[in-house]
Write a protein that binds this ligand. Structure first.
Ligand SMILES: Cc1ncc(COP(=O)(O)O)c(C=O)c1O
Length: 398
């Protein structure tokens, strides 16, 4: 970023690899067609762009069936489809044993989850009377798998949990919670908003049933992109119906994937960019990206531990967290600190509350929230040092 350090990658990533811009411009200038809606060259190329973006994502996730990756507007849209699609579909194949409780769907989530999980659940609670239970986290924002034991004693249809917190950066124990959810007969949905594209994440190996993720954060694609991966054994009801360019003689939504869940014209331009971004990540190697980020996290943790008057909320060990650092400055308003970080030092950080009310309550950062610095794939050690110098300056008082 010219004259600045962009540290708001947890919201959306910047910059994007140059191939993303090239793919977006190509789609905008030369494709200009709707996939599946025509036999002319451009319409076929549009279809090819969607297929190849889906295939690249399937390679990154190491899943067998690309058609089970449904394109969405963002991670929020993917989570809404997952939550509402599972609850409407009724009992899935893993849940037959609990059909006695069919009348009252129950969902278990955590205090650390984002409003894009909590609000769809709250709406279903109000509109349809579903039961929702949140399991607590420790003071660093880590949820122990054992915390689910009591919550999963009652018949539960769905467990929803994030992979990492957008407030504390803490990783959550995905594989262990998957086991607990399955033992209780529930499906397991993971919100990978803060990790997809910056860490190896293989849902089939981890026992995940549904994985929601944005295209515009660590996957490095344009805004307006996201996806939901759904394991082949999961039955998902539609939440939106409409034209697909397939089976157009029929009045009902096609049964086959991905058309079943992709009604209406696609964000072709965005998805062209996302496909290029995912290919870029595959070429770099997601393990290499993760290793570079780990070095940034260690540098940030070491630097912050030397600054007095600043509290870091979340794990202090690099292995337990991602590159999201929420800070409070003794006696100072986070919004004002955020403003000064930009004005005085050109550091772009999010300040205030970060769409996860119970996470803030857990971390003790209500009512004013925190200043959040979040590093991305293109953040350098120099950027981290510059941010640390800015934090040290502001810690001395605005
Ligand atoms: C943990 C978490 N889940 C979900 C979302 C929603 O993502 P999107 O902005 O792509 O809808 C975010 C966004 O910051 C997030 O941090």
């Amino acid at each position: 970023m010219e004259n600045g350090v962009y540290l708001d990658n947890a919201a959306t990533s910047y910059p994007k690899p140059p191939c993303v811009r090239a793919a977006v411009l190509h789609a905008l200038d030369s494709v200009h067609a709707s996939a599946g809606r025509g036999a002319y060259r451009e319409a076929k190329e549009a279809g090819h762009i969607l297929d190849s973006t889906r295939a690249s994502l399937a390679r990154l996730l190491r899943v067998q069936a690309p058609e089970r990756i449904v394109f969405t507007l963002n991670c929020t849209d993917a989570l809404n489809l997952a939550i509402k699609g599972v609850l409407r579909a009724g009992w899935g194949s893993t849940q037959g044993a609990q059909s006695a409780s069919r009348a009252l769907p129950r969902v278990v989530t955590t205090d650390m989850d984002h409003n894009s999980v909590l609000r769809p659940l709250a709406a279903l609670q109000q509109q349809q009377g579903i039961e929702v239970e949140r399991v607590p986290a420790d003071a660093d924002g880590c949820v122990a798998a054992t915390n689910f034991t009591a919550a999963l004693r009652k018949p539960t249809r769905l467990v929803v949990m994030q992979h990492a917190s957008n407030v504390s950066g803490s990783f959550q124990p995905i594989a262990e919670v998957a086991q607990a959810a399955h033992a209780a007969g529930a499906l397991f949905l993971v919100d990978a908003a803060q990790t997809m594209g910056s860490l190896p994440l293989y849902p089939e190996a981890l026992g995940i049933d549904l994985l929601a993720f944005p295209g515009h954060k660590s996957l490095l694609g344009p805004q307006g992109t996201g996806a939901l991966w759904v394991a082949p054994h999961v039955d998902l009801s539609t939440v939106r119906e409409g034209g697909t360019g397939s089976r157009s003689e029929e009045a009902t939504q096609p049964a086959f994937w991905p058309d079943r869940h992709e009604a209406g014209s696609h964000n072709l331009i965005g998805l062209a960019g996302l496909g290029a971004a995912v290919e870029w990540i595959l070429n770099e190697g997601v393990e290499n990206i993760a290793a570079r980020k780990h070095a940034l996290i260690e540098r940030m943790l070491a630097g912050l531990s030397d600054i007095r008057g600043v509290t870091l909320h979340g794990p202090k060990q690099a292995a337990r967290r991602t590159a999201v650092f929420s800070l409070t400055f003794a006696g100072q308003d986070p919004m004002e600190v955020g403003r000064q970080l930009d004005l005085r030092h050109g550091v772009k950080a999010r300040a205030g509350l970060h769409c996860a009310p119970f996470a803030h309550r857990t971390l003790g950062t209500l009512p004013h929230g925190a200043v959040r610095l979040s590093a991305g794939t293109f953040t350098s050690i120099e950027d981290v040092d510059r941010a640390l110098a800015a934090v040290a300056d502001l810690a001395r008082g605005c």
